[in-house]
Structures are given as C-alpha cells and as structure tokens.
Design a protein around this ligand. Sequence first.
Ligand code: PRP
Ligand code: URA
Length: 213
Amino acid sequence: MMKQYDNVFIFDHPLIRHKVSILRDKNTGMKEFRELIEEITTLMTYESMRDVETVPVTVQTPLEETTQYRIPEQSVVIVPILRAGLGMVNGIHTLFPTAKVGHIGMYRDEETLEPHEYYCKLPDGIEDKTVFLVDPMLATGGSACDALTALKARGCKKIKLMSIIGVPEGVEKVARMHPDIPVYVSTLDRCLNENGYILPGLGDAGDRLFGTK
Ligand code: PRP
Ligand code: URA
C-alpha cells in the first residue's frame, strides 16, 4: 500500500491492478462490471479493516478454553453513496456479513458538478460505529465531502472513505476538508476532464452498474 498524502492509502497490489484494468475496459459488460466492483471492494476491505477494534472472547475448542479476539458484530456500518456506492456493499458483506447499512443519496448536477443530497437513512446508534462510506468514484470530491459532513452532523466519529478510483483533485479536497478521515482508493488516476469525468477512469460507474445508458 502506498501513501502519497497524509491519511490517503493507495492499494498498489497486482490483483487489484489486474481487476481494475478489466473494470475500465469499455467492453466489460454489466454483470462482470458488478462482480469486479464487489471483488475489488472485498480486497480493499481486508486491508482497510486492519485497525478495527477486536475484543476478547472465550472460546471452547475441542481441547481447551482459550481467549480469542473478534470484531464486535454490530460495530461496523456500511454507508453507500447512492447510486453507485450500492455496488460496493456486497463486497464488504462478503467479509463482514453482520454490518448494517445506511444510505445517503447524492447526485451531481451535470452542469455545475455540485452535489445534492436527496436521501439519508442511517441505522440507529451509528454514532459509535466504524462507518465505511463507499462510492466507487472520487472525482471532484464534492459528493464524498458532503456525505462526510452529513455523517459527522449526525454524530459519526469514526468514518473511513473507500473509493475504487480517485484523482488528485478529489483526494486533496477530502484531505483538506476532512483531514481526520482516512481515504482508501485502489488507484489514483491522472485528472478530470472538462465534464468532471475521471481520466482514464471507467466512465459513469452508476450507469455501468445498473445499465441505465
Ligand atoms: C457519481 C459517483 C459519485 C460522484 C463522484 O455519482 O458515483 O457519487 O459522481 O463525483 P464527485 O466526486 O465529483 O462528486 P452521480 O452523481 O453520477 O450519481 P449516480 O451514482 O446516481 O449515477
Ligand atoms: N462519476 C462517475 O461515475 N465517473 C466519473 O468519472 C466521475 C464521476
């Protein structure tokens, strides 16, 4: 894992690089795209959960009683940014199936690129949980920053942002506005084009996940 900015973790792993390269390909169809988003999220989850809390539990093996360590079942909440973040939820559930799920709806105005929140429903007690805010694309960073502000306003104290593809503009904006939040991206792309799309990127993640275009 590389660290180019404080609190920003970039996954430089051959398996992730391999899967992201297929994800980017315009000939990759909806089914494979969805599966790849899940698989890459699972790989990223393994690493980004490295510092979550474990608590001692007593386990009786066939031979003796032993003290072991578990992540408390209710300690993790996944919050996808709608729509495209939905594609990442199963990738975390594969490893940690008891995580509850909150939803934040954001869309970018296509002209101004400004994000607008249109929905927010979070599990009770989210204030004390480790929250994984997920969205495959961190472009201008506007959606992620607003979602982080919304979660903090609702009392969340421990949040991790996980995106498949970021660009320096977006990552720097999050680092500037939310320096306390660790950001995990599988790769940092070159730049944004004039329409706010990531280059080389993968196109519109929501459309490719849900087949809307
Ligand atoms: C996309 C993407 C992010 C956002 C990133 O969503 O899924 O949420 O853009 O851009 P930003 O970093 O510049 O804010 P979009 O607004 O297209 O909505 P959708 O997921 O419903 O397609
Ligand atoms: N949202 C996407 O889905 N793709 C981009 O390249 C930028 C924002």
